[in-house]
Design a protein around this ligand. Structure first.
Ligand code: ADP
Ligand code: MG
Length: 215
């Protein structure tokens, strides 16, 4: 049965599935960063998500707020990953989580708020804009779609599925961008034809959230 909104124990379970999906995607993320960067993105994400799994597992699902579940993921990534993406993905989930503090359920409105505030945090911390060929190129269209779905009052499982599709389309479109931020920028036009590694991670995270919500 598609879920209408997630309570805190469900959010924790969803994020544990996200961690597992990223850990399993390590080879793909490594290849993506090897093509355009220094090749450490897969192992960095794997390290962050392994630490996060442990921290999420230590939370008491009955007394943890949904905001705390997301910020726990963010803090674990920030403190264990290093590199650009540790700070940036950490900011996404920590800031995004804080923005939904006090809400008991994670539904379409919370998804939109989390992505909007998370995206703002990543943009102000990293200085990249849409089109620079970074994780923003998956995150920005996903956040825009989430705001649209929230304004339309879409049911949660449907909304998060549309958001994941927007993230995947953004990841795919990043293939046709020339990198102007991050390590790939030194490649110039040679960065064409491959997706950005961080955008691949964003797409996997959102798709895993959508799959959890559809069950
Ligand atoms: P590093 O670049 O330090 O090796 P990672 O390999 O873990 O870090 O992550 C690389 C990813 O981080 C890139 O694919 C890109 O999506 C993202 N990234 C790098 N710099 C920025 C930035 N300034 N703003 C947004 N995202 C960035
Ligand atoms: Mg790297």
């Amino acid at each position: 049965m598609p879920k209408t909104a997630l309570d805190a124990p469900q959010v924790i379970s969803m994020l544990q599935e996200v961690c597992q999906a990223i850990i399993a995607a390590e080879p793909l993320l490594t290849d993506a960063d090897r093509a355009l960067g220094d090749g450490d993105h897969g192992l960095g994400m794997q390290r962050g998500m392994t630490a996060a799994l442990e921290k999420l597992g230590a939370l008491d699902p009955e007394s943890t707020g949904i905001d705390k579940a997301f910020s726990t993921l963010g803090m674990a990534m920030m403190s264990t990953m290093g590199g650009a993406s540790g700070a940036l993905f950490g900011t996404l989930f920590r800031n995004g989580g804080k923005a939904i503090a006090g809400n008991s359920h994670f539904g379409t409105a919370e998804l939109a708020e989390l992505l909007k505030v998370g995206l703002e945090g990543v943009m102000s911390r990293g200085g990249a804009k849409p089109g620079d060929k970074t994780m923003i190129d998956a995150l920005h269209p996903a956040a825009e779609k989430a705001l649209e779905e929230a304004a339309a009052g879409s049911p949660f499982a449907e909304a998060i599925n549309a958001v994941a599709a927007a993230g995947e389309a953004g990841r795919d479109a990043s293939e046709n961008l020339i990198a102007t931020m991050g390590r790939a920028k030194t490649l110039g036009e040679k960065s064409l034809g491959k997706p950005d590694a961080g955008a691949c991670s964003v797409a996997i995270i959102l798709r895993t959230m959508a799959e959890f919500s559809a069950k």
